[in-house]
Design a protein around this ligand. Structure first.
Ligand SMILES: [Zn+2]
Length: 49
């Protein structure tokens, strides 16, 4: 089975769409260009308020 493939996909979730750098998982922004990652969880959380 492709454990490496799974890890690869997981890692891509945290790649910056602007510079391709690794995003900080716990802060949701790029350490390279300081762009804030637009996370889909935001809309879900707001609807629960
Ligand atoms: Zn970036």
């Amino acid at each position: 089975m492709g454990l490496e493939k799974f890890v690869e996909i997981e890692n891509q979730r945290w790649l910056c769409p602007v510079c391709g750098g690794m995003l900080c998982v716990h802060r949701n922004f790029c350490l390279n260009c300081k762009k804030i990652k637009m996370i889909q969880e935001n809309s879900t959380m707001k609807s629960l308020e």
